[in-house]
Design a protein around this ligand. Structure first.
Ligand code: KG4
Ligand code: ZN
Length: 350
């Protein structure tokens, strides 16, 4: 069956067609319109500008996704849309568009949680992958560990208590003058520096918890930069990039290893925008090998926000019977009212 996936939770408008059957998943199209160049002028995402750019792009992108897939709307079995979490104004554009499209054409509408969609990207690149497994979601807004018990049942066993890994990368990138978003630029620059040059605190919290905190690391890096500037010395950007990356990668690796040992899972999925980080990918390969587990990580093109991952998550939600009514609303929250566990009656009652 063909699923049309629509994504607009942050600064990428995307529409994709994915063909999914029991043992098959094929990306028929995955069109992404990035707003990065626009937001770069401001050093970060400007929510109002993001919403307006989604409105301008979403219709054309959807036509393009259908044309590239070589299908018409009448062949679409379900429309899947990111309905939470994210920037509320941005989400509303995709949700409202998907609702209109689905209900005007009598196509089932499936709401998708963006975090689950990041994990679902792995099904597209790894056909053997099946729950249960451990998922490490590292993105601009999230840093969490999940027990993925089934395609739709996720239990969060660890999470950041403040900033996300991507946010932490972007913040320091901006302060040392790298273009937004800083994550990819720091990834590259880190190869030129010494990861042990600057001692920084780990984002892995001490003790038995699987939680993280990035605020101490961010503050320590900012203090280091300010001290350099006060002393009139140049900030050693490559060493800072390498040391900062080292702290984040080691912190995520430490909690991933602890989670694998605690749960006993033999498969770990790394997902989200920060999963594109080459140092993190290499380090988690080693963690998996040490735990005799298998690492599944989507190609870089599926790590950032895209419609194909939304369609893939939507397919499994569709199979689980999850549907939205016309009252579907966007939610900025990680756990919107209609999820946890998913209740169709939430829509029927309202
Ligand atoms: O998943 P995503 O596209 O959007 C959210 O759902 O938040 O993630 C975007 C984040 C940004 O913070 C960006 O800097 C980060 O992913 N990112 C990276 C890399 N590529 C993108 N962080 C570290 N290394 C990279 N190579
Ligand atoms: Zn994302």
């Amino acid at each position: 069956m063909y699923i049309l996936g629509i994504e607009s939770s942050c600064d990428e408008t995307s529409a994709a067609v994915v063909e999914m059957e029991a043992e098959k998943c094929r990306i028929a199209s995955n069109i992404v319109a990035s707003q990065i160049e626009t937001h770069r002028l401001y050093g970060g995402v400007v929510p109002e500008i993001a919403s307006r750019a989604h409105i301008e792009a979403v219709t054309g992108i959807t036509h393009q996704a259908l044309d590239t897939a070589g299908i018409t709307l009448s062949q679409v079995g379900a429309v899947a849309v990111t309905a939470a979490p994210g920037l509320i104004g941005a989400l509303l554009v995709g949700v409202n568009f998907a609702k209109s499209l689905a209900f005007a054409n009598h196509i089932p509408l499936v709401p998708v949680n963006h975090i689950k969609a990041h994990v679902a990207a792995a099904y597209l690149s790894d056909p053997q992958l099946k729950p249960p497994f451990l998922a490490v979601v590292v993105s601009g807004g999230h840093t969490s560990l999940f027990e993925v018990r089934s395609y739709t049942d996720f239990v969060e066993i660890g999470a950041t208590r403040d900033d996300a890994a991507g946010e932490a990368f972007d913040k320091i990138g901006r302060v040392i003058g790298l273009p937004y978003p800083g994550g990819a630029a720091i990834d590259k620059l880190a190869y030129e520096g010494d990861p042990l040059a600057i001692k920084l605190p780990s984002p892995a919290l001490g003790g038995d918890t699987l939680d993280f905190s990035f605020s101490g690391l961010k503050t320590a890096a900012l203090n280091y930069i300010n001290t350099c500037r006060q002393n009139g010395t140049e900030v050693p950007r490559a060493d800072l990039a390498a040391s900062y990356t080292h702290a984040i990668v080691e912190g995520v690796a430490q909690k991933t290893e602890a989670a694998l040992r605690q749960t006993g899972y033999k498969t770990v999925v790394l997902a989200g925008g920060v999963a594109a980080n080459s140092h993190l990918r290499a380090r988690l390969e080693r963690v998996a090998a040490d735990c005799k587990a298998r690492l599944s990580v989507p190609p870089i093109s599926l790590c950032g926000d895209n419609g194909a991952m939304v369609a893939a998550a939507g397919y499994f939600a569709y199979l689980a019977g999850q549907r939205a009514g016309t009252e579907l609303n966007a939610s900025a929250e990680d756990h919107p009212a209609w999820e946890q566990p998913f209740v169709n009656s939430f829509f029927e009652k309202r």
